[in-house]
Write a protein that binds this ligand. Structure first.
Ligand code: GLV
Length: 328
């Protein structure tokens, strides 16, 4: 009988996902709360044909060279900026991600963060909890209007479109967007979104939501120069990736009220958060939870498991990122 392939689950996942994988593989798990360093990851990957990653594990040429048995890396995130995909393809290693299953949940959270930021939900709660609420007053925590205001979206993939539909159909918001490529007229009509260049997006948006993937090209896509072009009354929401916003420049813009407020779910160098962001009042901060509902996080982990099983057992991964590896 052929030996079953060995795989590593690089961060703790739900027990039913482990059980599903154990039906096909020798499985090494990772205890809850443990995050492997690169050296530990390389050590644990010796002899492994596959690994389930979460999006935080860097997969680059050095790791691939040190793990010659590796055939597939299955990310349970949709974003895969932790992959050096050309290096993976060169090494004949398949990468997969977890698209679609988190689109609507992440769009819900984008809207939640927009609402919390514009309407100053966490700032006013801190005030109340601190016992500072002495009387009702007309302008107490008066925020920015959401319904009917102009929503700008930078990055118009599946999640951006799901947010645009909520904004246009549910909140009567004019939606403008900028993206590497323009949507088809049918898709633009479905989410009632108008394509504009980046300068116009920055200038016109009352609320600017970032949903673009991180890459060298999108590094600091929003920095001091871009923040200076936004309205002083605008809010900025980042549910995309840390590094797309220059967090230090944003902290300055928030402190000096060059924009009104920001809502951030992702950070440069997370889980560290730029210390200046922790001291400005007009920012809502959440720990990378945009896709975090139990059904969605479960679907993401199952999709990653299905990619491992689909590829290593059946030769047919579900959501391959570099299918040229399959042809080779
Ligand atoms: C989460 O950030 C993801 O990319 O799925």
């Amino acid at each position: 009988m052929n030996q079953r392939p060995s795989i590593l689950i690089a961060r703790a996942v739900f027990p039913d996902v482990v059980e599903k994988l154990q039906q096909h593989f020798e499985v090494e798990t990772t205890p809850a709360g443990v995050v492997w360093s690169s050296a530990e990851l390389v050590q644990r990957l010796q002899g492994k044909a596959g690994v389930l990653t979460t999006g935080g594990e860097r997969i680059d040429a050095a790791l691939l060279a040190a793990c010659p048995h590796l055939k597939i890396v299955a990310n349970l995130a949709v974003g895969y900026n932790n992959f050096d995909l050309p290096a993976m393809t060169a090494a004949g290693v398949l990468g997969t991600n977890a698209p679609d299953v988190l689109t609507e949940t992440t769009a819900d959270f984008g809207f939640a963060l927009l609402m919390a930021t514009a309407r100053r939900v966490t700032e006013s709660e801190r005030f109340l909890r601190a016992g500072q609420w002495k009387e009702w007053s007309l302008d107490l925590f008066a925020g920015a209007e959401v319904h009917g205001s102009t929503l700008g979206i930078l990055g118009m993939g599946r999640i951006g479109q799901a947010i645009a539909r909520r904004a246009a159909h549910g909140f009567g918001m004019p939606v403008i967007y900028h993206n590497r490529s323009r949507l088809t007229p049918e898709l633009e009509a479905a989410c009632k979104a108008t394509y504009v260049d980046k300068a116009e997006l920055l200038r016109r948006a009352d609320h600017l939501l970032l949903v673009l993937p991180y890459s060298a090209a999108s590094h600091h896509a929003i920095g001091a120069a871009e923040l200076a072009q936004m309205k002083p009354t605008a809010t900025l929401i980042n549910i995309a990736r840390g590094g797309i916003v220059d967090d230090a420049a944003l902290a300055v813009a928030l402190r000096e009220r060059r924009i009104a407020a920001a809502g951030l779910d992702v950070f440069e160098g997370e889980p560290r958060v730029h210390p200046d962001l922790l001291t400005v009042p007009n920012v809502v901060l959440t720990p990378h939870i945009a896709s975090a509902t139990l059904p969605t996080r479960s679907a993401m982990a199952h999709l990653a498991a299905d990619n491992l099983i689909g590829f290593l057992v059946e030769g047919r991964p579900v959501t391959p990122l570099n299918p040229e590896v399959l042809a080779a």
